[in-house]
Write a protein that binds this ligand. Structure first.
Ligand code: TXA
Ligand code: MG
Length: 321
């Protein structure tokens, strides 16, 4: 298993030697390697069993650093960077030749962000290269929000997990780019659309499907537990499954049911707070996945604030079922 440690100098020396280290961010844990080193990049793809057509996000310490890896920084994206970095926002920017094609899967734009986590920022400041990091989970499974999540699935393949505690946001970053003058959200995430629109005005949300070559990672069935995951009205689903006699577990925003044991129902936020719900979403999905039931039943959130991004993940989790 990997060493779980707060030792920044160990993380630094491993990364300087083309090795991989799982790093904490405010969104989810990342599987990091030197973004300028093709050997490290290749082992990220191999460790995650990720198809090479799915590009990686490059993490940097500051806006200045981000500027050094792109040939142009369109003004509206600059305003977003000023407003939200460090934070759960990834920008698609035209890349310079310094970024290996392996990182962007041959696309002209590189995805860049400044993560908001004190240890990872300190690590980035101490390195003279940026870190490529996809979420630290096997391809297609739920993203990790604690060091233990990472260790359970990738611990046998990597030397170290930098321990930064549980992730505060709990949803991957929101990905934004431009096509002509149009701002486009390619992935809903930890930064809510309203916050983005308050800075740059109306944005377009790109409807993702498995055939979208612009953001190949946004396959419909993604972020998925192993247990079949069914979304719907719990007031209807629960009585139906009770009657059928199938074993099931329940993931709800705030309601509990008397007939179901506590270990088989988890709520995302007692006070229906969507920020709190986002922060517990992936760890709750994992806990229910471990219950070894026939099916997990879940409900959609209100479509406000982070609710939209949570619903996106819930729908992807259910796409396989
Ligand atoms: O919050 C996050 O973004 C986390 C933490 C670790 O920073 N990272 C993360 O990475 O979620 P990953 O690899 O699991 O998801 C990155 C997404 C993928 O869907 C990928 O297709 C898209 O970003 N992406 C990366 N580079 C891209 C590019 N050049 N053009 C279009 N989409 C890109
Ligand atoms: Mg991922």
């Amino acid at each position: 298993m990997a060493i779980i440690s707060k030792d920044l100098s160990l993380a630094k020396s491993l990364l300087e030697n083309s090795q991989l280290v799982a790093i904490p961010t405010e969104t989810v844990y990342g599987l990091a390697g030197n973004a300028l080193d093709s050997l490290a990049i290749a082992s990220i793809f191999e460790t995650k069993k990720r198809p090479s057509f799915d590009p990686l996000i490059v993490h940097v310490a500051s806006i200045d650093k981000a500027e050094s890896y792109c040939s142009e920084f369109p003004e509206p994206l600059g305003r977003l960077a000023e407003a939200f970095w460090p934070g759960p926002l990834t920008l698609l920017l035209p890349k310079t030749a310094q970024i290996p094609d392996l990182v962007t899967s041959g696309l002209d734009r590189v995805a860049i962000r400044v993560p908001n986590h004190p240890q990872t920022l300190a690590l980035l400041y101490s390195l003279d290269f940026p870190l490529a990091a996809p979420s630290a989970n096997p391809f297609g499974y739920i993203s990790p929000t604690t060091p233990e999540h990472v260790n359970a699935q990738l611990g046998m393949y990597i030397p170290m997990i930098l321990d930064g505690g549980p992730c505060e946001v709990g949803l991957e970053s929101t990905i934004v780019g431009m096509e002509g003058d149009q701002l486009i959200i390619y992935r809903l995430g930890g930064l809510a659309i309203d916050a983005i629109e308050a800075v740059v005005g109306k944005v377009m949300i790109r409807d993702h499907s498995s055939s979208n070559p612009q953001a190949p990672g946004l396959l419909e069935s993604h972020y998925a537990p192993k247990t079949p995951f069914v979304l719907g009205d719990l007031e209807v689903l629960i009585p139906a499954y009770l009657e059928r006699g199938d074993s099931f577990a329940v993931l709800s925003l705030c309601d509990k049911w008397d007939l179901i044991s506590n270990s088989r129902q988890l709520i995302l936020s007692k006070k229906s707070d969507l920020k709190e719900a986002a922060a517990s979403l992936f760890s709750h999905m994992r806990l229910l996945d471990e219950q070894k039931v026939a099916v997990i039943l879940a409900e959609l959130m209100p479509e406000i604030g982070l609710g939209k991004a949570i619903n996106d993940r819930l729908k992807r989790a259910s796409a396989k079922s």
